[in-house]
Design a protein around this ligand. Structure first.
Ligand code: ADP
Length: 384
């Protein structure tokens, strides 16, 4: 009986010890835990934020689908590779500080660093690392901020270009005003004074054009360019644009030819956009033709499309640079060599304007012989 009682006691004690050392989880609780684990796994796998886990030696142990896309690779390609090998920065000091943090296992958030993807593409990411449950493991998140970075860079470029370009005409205005003041003190040579005034006027016009260009770029890019349609009689419209360039056309003895088919054609469009298009193309043609060169300005109505052509016998565009022509700030190498002034914004604004009017633009050019721009706009008349 005693031994039976002893056995029973041992069993009870064993049972008690067992239940104390391993807290009993009810099956409902267990199901709940399993469900939340499944939820976590699914979130990790399908989250739009790229996640990776790394071990104490910085080797990638797992990653989700977004990380696969970010690294531009296939599913198992990253496993056991060193995360440090993908990270880079132009500033070596900054990079070594960051790598130090990674190696010592610190948690940190939102460090901006460049990521070299598997296909060689260089991206910008915002990197965060958090200590994991077991020793040395960390959860890593990387948010792609390449677009934001590119916009920041473009903005900085834009501001520095704008200020640089605006300084030149302002300096010319101030210089000529100074000369005027000195001239007035002596008040002898009135011809010279008018010359200074002319230059002051020319430079303020130049500055207004530049400011308009900058404003148009920013309005077209931010979508705040308010348009309104009106009937534009093309022949008169062309005439008014041509008159803006009479000075340079006469000075360079340019042979400006016009062709208008049919002679009376009215188009329903936004006048400011059409002005940006025609005046920029014409000013380029005038700028890039040599003395006594030819410039042709024409429109034709072809199958419900108004085809506007601006052609010139100027310096042309190197064939390998044609693809970049409509990008912001682009200037071809022969134009830069000639030291003609320019911002590389004109054609960019032209393309944006053409597209806002629902049209297309094409260019053909032979270096040293000439260039032809062809703009096709949908022909909308009052009857439509
Ligand atoms: P820019 O202010 O430099 O003239 P644009 O955006 O108007 O800027 O033009 C971009 C570049 O395209 C110019 O710098 C020049 O290299 C080239 N280009 C534009 N139009 C012509 C043309 N008619 N003839 C030759 N090159 C041209």
């Amino acid at each position: 009986l005693l031994s039976q009682a002893m056995v029973a006691m041992v069993v009870v004690v064993w049972y008690l010890v067992k239940s104390m050392s391993k807290p009993k989880i009810s099956s409902a609780k267990e199901n709940e835990l399993m469900a939340s684990l499944a939820q976590f796994k699914s979130l990790y796998k399908h989250s739009p934020v790229p996640y990776l886990t790394i071990d104490g030696k910085d080797l990638i142990k797992s990653h989700n689908l977004a990380a696969t896309r970010l690294f531009r690779t296939t599913i198992d390609d990253l496993k056991d590779t060193d995360i440090v090998n993908y990270l880079t920065l132009e500033d070596e000091n900054e990079l070594s500080v960051l790598l130090g943090k990674i190696e010592t296992g610190y948690s940190f958030t939102d460090e901006e660093v460049q990521l070299r993807a598997r296909d060689g593409a260089l991206l910008w990411v915002s990197l965060s690392m958090f200590s994991g449950s077991s020793k040395g493991t960390r959860l890593v998140s990387m948010v792609d901020i390449t677009r934001k970075k590119m916009i920041d860079i473009a903005k900085t470029e834009f501001v520095s270009l704008a200020t640089h370009q605006l300084r030149t005409p302002v300096a010319a205005i101030r210089w000529n005003l100074d000369l005027m003041r000195k001239g007035l003190e002596k008040a002898s040579d009135i011809e010279k004074l008018f010359g200074y005034l002319d230059r002051v006027e020319r430079n303020s016009i130049r500055m207004t054009t530049l400011i308009d260009d900058f404003l148009n770029v920013s309005k077209l890019e931010t979508g705040t360019f308010a348009t309104s349609s009106e009937m534009i009689e093309l022949s008169n419209f062309f005439q008014s644009v041509v008159e803006e360039y009479t000075g340079s056309v006469e000075e360079k003895k340019i042979n400006l030819k016009r062709s208008e088919q049919p002679s009376k054609l009215s188009l329903l469009a936004d006048k400011r956009l059409l002005h940006i298009i025609v005046s920029n193309l014409l000013s380029n043609a005038v700028k890039y033709v040599p003395e006594s060169g030819v410039v042709v300005l024409q429109y034709e109505l072809i199958d419900k499309e108004v085809v506007i052509t601006v052609a010139d016998s100027g310096i042309g565009i190197p064939v390998d640079q044609l693809d970049n022509l409509f990008t912001k700030f682009f200037r071809a190498r022969n134009a830069e060599r000639q030291a003609t002034e320019g911002t590389g914004l004109g054609l960019y604004v032209v393309k944006q304007s053409v597209e806002k009017l629902g049209g297309t633009i094409a260019v053909s050019s032979v270096e040293g012989q000439g260039t032809t721009f062809e703009v096709r706009l949908p022909y909308i008349s009052m009857e439509d």
